[in-house]
Structures are given as C-alpha cells and as structure tokens.
Design a protein around this ligand. Structure first.
Ligand code: AMP
Ligand code: MG
Length: 354
C-alpha cells in the first residue's frame, strides 16, 4: 500500500492550505518530495538531525554524501553560514533564485547529519514557486537531495518519485514536469579560489563571466579513479540504467555506422538494444529501439529529457544501449557529465581509434 499522500499543486498558484500541511509535515520531522526547477527534491528539516537521517534511509544514500540545504530568502543564509565571500555574493545576486548551489563554512546550527560529517554546507535558493512557498512554510531550511533511490536517475516528474519512494515518505507534491531536468551547478567558496564541483545549467563560462577566474574540480575533467572528487556525491555511480550503456563519440556519420553495426551484432545474439540520439539522426538507425532526446538545436530539450529517457529504458527492459554524445554549446558539459556517469564512463571513441 502506498504510504505517501499525493498532492497536485498548480506551480504558479499552489493551494495555500496544502502548502501549509506539507510544511507542517516537515516541521514535525517528516519527509515531503517537492518540485524544483532542476529536479524533484526529497525534503526534510535541514536543522533536524533525525530528519536528515530519515532522508538517507529513504534514499538508501551513503551517509558521507552531504545534502543541499534549500532556502527561500537571503536573510536566512546568514543564520547557517559563517561568512559569505564577496564573489559568492556577486554570483548569488545574478543566479539566485535559480539552479546554483554554493558551498560555505557552516555554523553549528546545521547538524553534521545534514552535511555528511563536513564543516561546510551546500546551499541553494530555488526559483520554483512551489519550492519557495514550501521552504517558507517549513521554517526556512529544507535539506533536499534528488528524490530518487540512490543510484537511479534523478526524478523530473512526480511519477518518477512515486516509482522510487511512495512507500518510504509522507507526501509527494506533483506540479508536473520540472523545467531544467538536470541538477544545479555546484560552486565551492570554502577554498582560496572558487571551484566548480558539479556542472549544471550554469556553465563554467557563465560563471567566469560573472565572477572572473574559476577552477574546475580536477576529478570532473579527468576520469581517473585516483583523483577524489571534492563533492563526495560525485564519486558514486549514478543514474545508471539497468541495461549496459556505452557512449559512442566521433564524427557523426562514423558514429551512426558504428552503432548500426553494433546493433546488428547484438540482434544476432537476441539482445534487445536501444539507441539514444537526436532528432537530426533518429531516422538513420535500424533494428533497435530508437529514442531521440530532442533536437541538437534545442539543448534545453535534451537536458530536460535525459533522466526520463534513462528510466524509460528500464521499463522497456532494454539490455544493450548505445548513445550518441551531446556536447552542445552551453549545457553540453552538464548533459555529458550525467550521461557518462550513467554509462560508468564506458566510451567508444572513434576519433582516437583511427
Ligand atoms: P543531490 O542532492 O543528489 O543533488 O547531490 C548533492 C551533491 O552536492 C552531491 O554530489 C554532494 O556531494 C554535493 N555536496 C553537498 N554538500 C556538499 C559540501 N558541503 N561539500 C561538497 N559537496 C557537497
Ligand atoms: Mg542525486
């Protein structure tokens, strides 16, 4: 039997009574999944260690993987962080409310259970109207990782949350599909120079334009298991479909030929295969389930569809998956970060094969 109460809320005009009810669940130590502009979050009171513990248990998340604290006003930031560096202020002024997470040194009021044992805290001020209202109704601080079972693709629809967590949490707020579909960009302001720990909707270039020089965590650039990522969560396998996913990179025509050849081989062995591609290439594949993420000219669409498509592959019981690469202009970095993680960094690189 489903335990969570499912509540549908209009994203621009949510019912005040139901927001209040959801806020009370969180204030009492319960868990509510809610929409944000990036993905659905699994929310609990960030200042309550027990609530954070419940989040880890519900998700099956390793307890060293810290949670992001969501706020809904600048004033609330001062209460949980020791200092706000000038550049963080400048970046926040431009990107908050929105898909940006910043890491600061935390004050004692934030329990270590929320920060995975760290002395730093990740904070985001989301723009989604339902998220903002819920945060205010919940006392101002909601710890919320993505509302999926650990390791599965992040949820971009309430249906995804229901699939993973309906029996494990108290309420799920359904406001339709999320806008962006990829998690926030994370920037760490606790070392000498700001560092990007996770790419997202805001690209390295966007951030450089706003605050000048910025570093990128080496673990993001180089796929080397000896380089430990600074965001604890980035070291875990993530988003992986049940089928065996490989990314094929190279010149477009060659990629298509190689994937078609591989499909034929797998079909001979009776394996169910799928191809992830774009509107521009979808008619050029044969003998497999062909799934387009959207047009390469609309990278927002590709980002928006990625996690949903990864889940669809599971429901269709696909065994072998080949994906094109999507190094699109602005959010390509973030799309490829998630896709390569989903593939466990399995890549056929045709450029370097020749
Ligand atoms: P999720 O909540 O699933 O979007 O994941 C949150 C991400 O933020 C994970 O990769 C965490 O490791 C990272 N993160 C959260 N808090 C911190 C922190 N204090 N320092 C570094 N990374 C953090
Ligand atoms: Mg997550």
């Amino acid at each position: 039997m489903m335990r969570a109460k499912i509540v549908c809320l209009d994203r621009n005009d949510p019912d005040e009574e139901q927001i209040k009810e959801a806020g009370e669940i969180i204030l009492k130590g319960g868990l509510v999944a809610f929409p944000t502009e990036t993905v659905y979050g699994l929310g609990g009171n960030a200042l309550d260690p027990e609530a954070s513990n419940k989040i880890y248990t519900a998700k099956g998340r390793p307890s060293d993987n810290p949670l992001i604290v969501h706020i809904a006003s600048w004033e609330d930031l001062d209460k949980i962080v020791k200092e706000i560096p000038k550049k963080a202020h400048i970046l926040g002024e431009k990107c908050w409310p929105g898909p940006l997470t910043m890491i600061f040194n935390k004050k004692d009021i934030v329990p270590k259970e929320t920060t995975g044992g760290l002395d730093t805290v990740a904070v985001r001020f989301p723009s989604h109207p339902v998220a903002r209202k819920l945060i205010l109704a919940s006392g101002g601080y909601i710890a919320a990782p993505s509302a999926n079972i650990s390791g599965r693709p992040s949820p971009t629809k309430a249906e995804h949350v229901i699939e993973d967590l309906a029996n494990r949490i108290d309420m799920i707020i359904d406001s339709g599909e999320t806008d962006i579909g990829l998690e926030s960009t994370i920037v760490d302001f606790t070392s000498e120079n700001p560092v990007i720990l996770r790419p997202g909707f805001y690209s390295e270039e966007d951030i450089r334009e706003i605050i000048g020089d910025i570093e990128v965590d080496r673990a993001l650039i180089k796929n080397d298991s000896r380089v430990k990522p600074k965001a604890p969560g980035m070291k875990y396998r993530h988003y992986a479909p049940k089928g065996d996913l490989t990314v094929v990179e190279g010149e477009r025509g060659e990629v298509i030929d190689e994937i078609n050849r591989l499909i034929k081989e797998h079909s001979k062995q009776g394996q169910k295969t799928a191809v992830l591609c774009s509107d521009e290439t979808k008619d050029r594949y044969m003998g497999a389930e062909v799934i387009s993420l959207g047009s390469l000219l609309k990278e927002d669409e590709i980002a928006h569809h990625l996690f949903d498509v990864l889940r669809t592959l599971d429901s269709r019981k696909v065994e072998v998956i080949y994906s094109e690469a999507f190094y699109t202009q602005k959010i390509g970095e973030a799309i490829m970060n998630r896709l390569l993680k989903a593939a466990g960094h399995k890549v056929i690189d045709l450029k370097n094969k020749r």
